[in-house]
Structures are given as C-alpha cells and as structure tokens.
Ligand binder design. Structure first.
Ligand SMILES: [Zn+2]
Length: 68
C-alpha cells in the first residue's frame, strides 16, 4: 500500500552541497530548509519565463505599431 514512497526525488542542498530527499522539510546534514530552496528556484524560473514572454510580446507589438 505504500508504493510511491520509494520514488523520492533528490535535491541538492545549496548550503552543504549534499543530496537530500525531497520529502524532507530540512536538510539532514546542515538543517537548511530543502523545500524552500527547491520552490524558490522554481519560482525564479517561472518569473524569468513570464518576463521573457512579456518582453517578446512587447517587442512584437512595438514592431507592428511602429510604421516601417
Ligand atoms: Zn545541507
């Protein structure tokens, strides 16, 4: 009944550089919050992609609106 628990994703701790299981709230080596690190990195990536899309759309709109 407890399948799926074996499929633990490993994330690298940014503070001590060791691999820690994703289901641990804190790094077992140095105590740094692992989930915060992972989500923070994902958030930054998402923000960057959104900014990039907005920038591309703005440039395209500008190119269409500007006469020649
Ligand atoms: Zn650590």
């Amino acid at each position: 009944m407890e399948e799926g628990k074996k499929d633990v994703e490993l994330v690298r701790c940014l503070y001590c550089g060791r691999d820690i299981p994703d289901n641990h709230p804190n790094c077992m080596h140095c105590g740094a919050p692992s989930h915060f690190q992972k989500r923070g990195r994902l958030d930054v990536q998402k923000k960057f992609i959104i900014y990039f899309i907005i920038l591309t759309i703005s440039v395209l709109l500008l190119a269409f609106l500007l006469p020649r």
